[in-house]
Design a protein around this ligand. Structure first.
Ligand SMILES: [Zn+2]
Length: 309
């Protein structure tokens, strides 16, 4: 029997799971913290993989990792929150240790692959996945294939310029959609407005989160509703650009900020309709939310492992 192993590496947790044949329900699943006192993250990863390694043949290991990475060479270029993971040849280390094929992918790209194969994107040949949380990331599937680009750096959907004179993004450039519509960006805007005297139930002097804004919006707070509408407006503007470039049949939203629902989505759709160059892009377009939740990293890594046979 063939087995596949999926690995989802984050700054705080490493999740691993083993699957049999084509099944997408794991036979074993195990998670550990990424950081430990007496071992490096790589040693911890190898150790947890040994502990779930099945009897029989392992056909492939798929690994979702954060940050910029080279999916062709299997090298983590720089993993945020994992000290020492700079130009780490992770694929080579794992192949040398376990003697099976290993493939590596960026977590946002693999989330797109996971939703396409197992989640809200099933049956679509062209889709865009966007995650809106502390940052904005994503992945693009065109003709049933994940778009990677020359260096594997494609589909940085959060880093498109929407306002050239706008706030500085986490990447250092001004006015990217991430700096306008991510959770911290919209919370920061609301906080500024409250401090400048805008009427709101949101507290002054407390660091706000997107969740606080979402809850205040549900209670009818006009400022919180405006903060989400503003983020939705910029997201819709960005989305009009993506539609014109990729012409997808589905757009799938993941991430915590997407759970604020209509307060974000209605203004986003209005902005999209206002900015898109032709209504043809909206015909048969499905806009929906992600289906896989916390499992999306593992499912994406599993989909990648299946490409190894
Ligand atoms: Zn940026």
């Amino acid at each position: 029997m063939n087995h596949f192993i999926a690995v989802d590496i984050g700054g705080t947790q490493i999740r691993t799971a083993c699957y049999s044949e084509e099944k997408n329900i794991p036979t074993t699943i195990k998670r550990i913290s990424t950081q430990g006192h007496n071992s490096t993250p790589l040693e911890r990863l190898i150790h947890v993989l040994e502990s779930i390694w099945p009897e029989g043949n392992v056909a492939g290991v798929g690994v979702a990792a954060p940050g910029p990475l080279d999916p062709y060479q299997g090298i983590v270029i720089e993993a945020p929150n994992i000290a020492g993971w700079v130009n780490l040849p992770l694929q080579h280390h794992l192949e040398e240790h376990f003697h099976v094929p290993v493939a590596l992918g960026n977590d946002a790209n693999l989330a797109a692959l996971g939703e396409w194969k197992y989640g809200a994107g099933r049956g679509f040949h062209h889709l865009i996945y966007i995650t809106v949380s502390t940052g904005i990331g994503g992945g693009v599937i065109i003709d049933d294939r994940l778009l990677l680009g020359e260096r594997g750096l494609a589909a940085e959907l959060g880093h498109v310029t929407i306002l050239p004179d706008g706030p500085i993004c986490s990447c250092g450039q001004p006015g990217h959609v991430e700096a306008l519509a991510s959770g911290p960006a919209l919370a920061r805007w609301a906080q500024c407005e409250v401090q400048n005297g805008a009427a709101s139930i949101l507290p002054i002097g407390k660091e706000l989160t997107a969740k606080d804004i979402g809850e205040a919006a549900k209670q009818g707070d006009a400022l919180a509703i405006s903060a989400l509408a503003r983020a939705g407006y910029y997201l819709g503007l960005a989305l009009s650009n993506y539609l014109q470039i990729f012409n997808p049949s589905a757009v799938i939203f993941g991430g915590g900020v997407s759970q604020t629902g209509q307060f974000l989505f209605e203004p986003m759709k209005a902005s999209l309709c206002e900015h898109v160059m032709s209504p043809d892009y909206l015909k048969n377009l499905t806009i929906t939310t992600a289906a896989l939740g916390d499992e999306v990293g593992l499912m994406g890594a599993l989909a990648l492992a299946h490409t190894l046979i």
